[in-house]
Design a protein. Structure first.
Length: 157
C-alpha cells in the first residue's frame, strides 16, 4: 500500500502523469472515491502520461471512452451501470485484459466482473484542495508499478 497526499488538482494530475508515463500494456487501475474527489483529474493525468492530448471527460453516459496514445487508454465509468450484462456486452474483458491501460471509475458497481489483479486507487477529500490518495496492489502482476510509485512518492511527500 502507498499513501500520497495531493495538495491540488495539479499535483493529482502530476501523480497520474507519472503513472501513465511508466504504464505497461495490460495495466488495470480502479478509481474509487466520492463525487468530486479527483478521479477524473487522475485519469486525465494518466492520459497525459500516455501522450494523449485530447480532452479527457468522464464517460458517465457512455460507460467507455477510448483514446489513442503510446498505449490505448480505456476509460470506464461504472457510475450509471445498471447490471453486469451491460458492460459485458461492450467487450469489457477484451479491453481490460488487452494491450492498453484500463482505468475504471466507480468499480464497486462491477459486481462479478472485478478483475483478480489490479491497482486499486482510492481518493479521499481532506479539505477543499487536499486529497489523500491510497494505492493498493491486488495480486503480484503490478509489482513493477508499486516499486516505481514508492520511489516517486518518496521524493514528493
Amino acid at each position: 500500500m502507498i499513501e500520497y497526499i495531493s495538495n491540488s488538482d495539479d499535483e493529482t494530475m502530476d501523480f497520474g502523469t507519472k503513472i501513465g508515463s511508466i504504464a505497461k500494456p495490460g495495466l488495470i487501475i480502479t478509481l474509487s472515491g466520492d463525487l468530486g474527489t479527483g478521479k477524473t483529474v487522475l485519469a486525465r493525468g494518466i492520459a497525459r502520461g500516455l501522450g494523449i492530448d485530447e480532452p479527457i471527460t468522464s464517460p458517465t453516459f457512455t460507460i467507455l471512452h477510448q483514446y489513442n496514445g503510446r498505449l490505448p487508454l480505456y476509460h470506464f465509468d461504472m457510475y450509471r451501470l445498471d447490471n453486469e450484462d451491460e458492460i459485458f456486452e461492450l467487450g469489457f474483458e477484451e479491453f481490460i485484459y488487452g494491450d492498453g491501460v484500463a482505468v475504471i471509475e466507480w468499480p464497486e458497481n462491477m459486481g462479478d466482473l472485478y478483475p483478480q489483479e489490479y491497482v486499486g486507487i482510492e481518493l479521499d477529500r481532506i479539505d477543499e484542495n487536499i486529497r489523500k490518495i491510497t494505492i493498493h496492489f491486488i495480486g503480484s502482476k503490478f509489482n513493477w508499478l508499486e516499486e516505481e510509485l514508492l520511489e516517486y512518492v518518496s521524493t514528493c511527500n
